[in-house]
Design a protein around this ligand. Structure first.
Ligand code: ADP
Length: 326
């Protein structure tokens, strides 16, 4: 096995709070272990368009508390082509970068997997996404912060919802994954969550209305995961207006506010542990794995498993939300 002397580090895809804490941890752990570090700007774009900068320990000073990513992030179409990846590989060779740490979501790790296989190139991934939709890890970097942001926003919406006795649909990020909506609903005491994992099996809106929401209250908060599977909050509201006109319905789309903000202590600690673990993994000869956490223990998850679609939702959370909204 070739020895690793220099690592490249990039953040890719959707940004997530805690990415900076991860950048800091990877950089400092690498330097501690005697490695050189190069920061690649704007995700895979930086490899193709040669935006690569040397990183020292103080390059990552004073960033642990900042949301977003100092490396910037981007979506890079070129990396999805064989020709684009060839250019990326040549850049890595030219820069003497022996291994990569990729921080991102399922798209970024899919790209990492393809590239690692094509060039037999060492890559370790860190799960950086607010959605918590990667398999083999209990948590992803950014999820806890986003959940707290959602909870605080829903608390505020509750004040106006109860004053006006309204039914609110609040659209939450997550694409095909209902974790944010489900746990956001539990944390904020909302009546229900309409999530993609259940939408394919049943008409959650009809079930909700036929159960009469919470009998003792005349305002209701329902968190809805964005996207085509649930139809999103707007579509829910339109349906209610037509099918259940007795409700005074409103919609809030939380949008990008969910991605921002200073990471919570949990996200900073998770990112710090995972970042340090990425360097241990590379030096240990691990390849094509994502760093995960299971029952508070750091684990290595093969990319092929991490990026598998349809992470199962925890049924006990679904049941708890239902029980507590009587
Ligand atoms: P996320 O990592 O947040 O899921 P995206 O799905 O947008 O974000 O993916 C981020 C980037 O990862 C893409 O812009 C592209 O550069 C790379 N990527 C995604 N899927 C692939 C793929 N199938 N092959 C190569 N690169 C990919």
């Amino acid at each position: 096995m070739d020895s690793i002397k220099c690592i490249g580090l990039l953040t890719s895809g959707g940004d997530a709070p805690g990415m900076n804490a991860a950048i800091r941890a990877v950089t400092r752990a690498a330097i501690y272990k005697g490695l050189e570090v190069k920061g690649i700007l704007r995700g895979y774009r930086g490899l193709i368009f040669d935006e690569i900068v040397p990183f020292q320990s103080n390059s990552v000073s004073n960033i642990i508390q900042q949301g977003g990513t100092i490396l910037k992030t981007a979506r890079c179409q070129e990396f999805q082509t064989v020709e684009g990846r060839q250019i990326a590989y040549e850049a890595l060779k030219r820069e003497n970068i022996d291994a990569l740490v990729v921080i991102g979501g399922d798209g970024s790790l899919t790209g990492a997997r393809i590239f690692a296989q094509e060039y037999n190139y060492p890559i370790v991934g860190l799960p950086g996404t607010i959605d918590n939709d990667l398999q083999g890890t209990d948590l992803t970097i950014g999820y806890d912060t986003a959940l707290n942001t959602i909870m605080q926003a829903v608390d505020k919406i509750r004040d106006t919802a109860s004053s006006h006795e309204r039914l609110f649909f609040i659209e939450i990020m997550g694409r095909e994954c209902g974790n944010l909506a489900l746990n956001g609903a539990i944390a904020s005491g909302a009546e229900a969550a309409i999530i993609p994992e259940i939408s394919i099996q049943q008409d959650q809106l009809a079930d909700l209305i036929s159960n009469g929401f919470r009998k003792s209250k005349n305002s209701s908060l329902v968190l809805v995961t964005e996207g085509d599977i649930t139809g999103g909050a707007m579509a829910m509201a339109e349906r209610v207006k037509i099918e259940y006109p007795q409700y005074d319905v409103r919609v809030t789309i939380l949008g990008h506010v969910q991605r921002g903000g200073s990471p919570t202590a949990n996200d900073r600690i998770l990112a710090s542990r995972m970042g340090a673990a990425a360097i241990d993994a590379l030096l240990d000869g691990q390849r094509n794995v994502m760093i995960g956490i299971q029952n508070d223990v750091i684990v290595y998850v093969p990319f092929s498993k991490a990026i598998k679609k349809n992470k199962p939702i925890q049924q006990d959370l679904v049941d708890t939300l239902k029980i507590l909204s009587i």
